[in-house]
Design a protein around this ligand. Structure first.
Ligand SMILES: CC(C)=CCC/C(C)=C/CC/C(C)=C/CC/C(C)=C/[C@@H]1[C@@H](COP(=O)(O)OP(=O)(O)O)[C@]1(C)CC/C=C(\C)CC/C=C(\C)CCC=C(C)C
Ligand SMILES: [Mn+2]
Length: 310
């Protein structure tokens, strides 16, 4: 269902726009309950645009993380970048692209974050360790901070007046850093939740300098050792992720009013995973941390309130 690029595919007739958006809706709903719920709180035009962006991101991630990932080479990613360029010149190739091409017309977005995400996925082809947090942060920017930048164009920036009303210039404060911070916070959360799953694939995203700081070894991690060293290491990483959430929060008030509730909701739902990891005694080896649906529903009114007052 998630088609990988087929460069030699002959010309085919593509889905009409409403069907393409419906396809993107279905894929978003299937693959991410959390972000899908967030989009349901948006006005229809923004919601559809986020589905289109989600699907492009999902397809990009699938290239290195999906069932066909073994077949992906740097050449595959090069072809995917050419595919991207075709979309940016208004030429959809697959049904899902029809929605993204329309979204790009309605909400102009720079191509850079899309290219950067492909570069991030490429890192997964040749890296399975990160020595320092600085190195990991670059990866997190590329695979997730970029999502913040892409989404911001759709979410919209509230116009802020600086200076007196009779002055001509009206400047907009662009909360770019905050959008990137929320992506990084989400990705760090994702990494902490998936430590066990990634270890089974021989991957360690936690910076090795942090393992060393807490005297915890790669072997300990592959054996799923949970002791004070691990608990302290995890507490440190969770605190770092929470710092990025906090950094992102001040950007939300710079967004259009109708985007603040969905973003607060997505933020709280994803950050909630950190609380579950703590409640599970930092066991990310045998238990997958998730926020149960009734708890998700409880977050929604709190997120609404924050969107009104913060
Ligand atoms: C509500 C809203 C605007 C959501 C955006 C939804 C969107 C377009 C998500 C794209 C997700 C995606 C498939 C990215 C590919 C790379 C990747 C896998 C990144 C990880 C996402 C979750 O992955 P996964 O599928 O493994 O997770 P679950 O199993 O579903 O838990 C990431 C963790 C990155 C997600 C990053 C964001 C959603 C960016 C958030 C930032 C903003 C919306 C900017 C807000 C603006 C300001 C000013 C704060
Ligand atoms: Mn992934």
């Amino acid at each position: 269902m998630l088609q990988l690029p087929k460069p030699t595919q002959p010309q085919k007739s593509l889905a009409p726009l409403d069907e393409a958006y419906e396809l993107c809706r279905q894929i978003t709903q299937k693959y991410s309950k959390t972000f899908y719920l967030g989009t349901l709180l948006m006005p229809p035009e923004k919601r559809q645009a986020i589905w289109a962006i989600y699907v492009w991101c999902r397809r990009t991630d699938e290239l290195v993380d999906g069932p066909q990932a073994q077949l992906t080479t740097p050449e595959t990613l090069k072809l995917w970048e050419e595919h991207l360029e075709s979309l940016f010149s208004g030429h959809p190739i697959d049904d899902e692209d029809v929605a993204l091409v329309d979204t790009l017309e309605r909400f102009p977005i720079e191509i850079t974050p899309f290219r950067d995400m492909i570069a991030g996925q490429e890192m997964d082809l040749y890296r399975s360790r990160y020595e320092t947090f600085e190195e990991l942060k670059l990866y997190c920017y590329r695979v997730a901070g970029t999502v913040g930048l892409m989404s911001s164009s759709v979410l919209g920036i509230e116009g802020n007046h600086y200076g007196a009303a009779w002055e001509q210039h009206q400047e907009k404060y662009l909360p770019k850093e905050e959008a990137i911070a929320l992506g990084i916070a989400n990705q760090l959360t994702n990494i902490l939740r998936d430590v066990g799953e990634d270890a089974q694939r021989g991957r360690i995203y936690l910076p090795l300098e942090d393992l060393e700081r807490f005297n915890y070894t790669e072997d300990d991690l592959f054996n799923g050792v949970i002791d004070d060293r691990w608990r302290n290491l995890m507490a440190f990483e969770i605190q770092r992720a929470r710092h990025y959430y906090q950094e992102s929060e001040k950007g939300i008030r710079g967004l259009n009013r109708d985007s603040r509730w969905p973003v607060w909701a997505a933020l709280m739902l994803y950050q909630g995973i950190l609380d579950v990891i703590e409640a599970n005694g930092y066991d990310v080896f045998t238990t997958r941390a998730f926020v149960p649906t009734p708890k998700k529903m409880l977050y929604l009114p709190v997120a609404w309130l924050r969107a009104q007052v913060l």
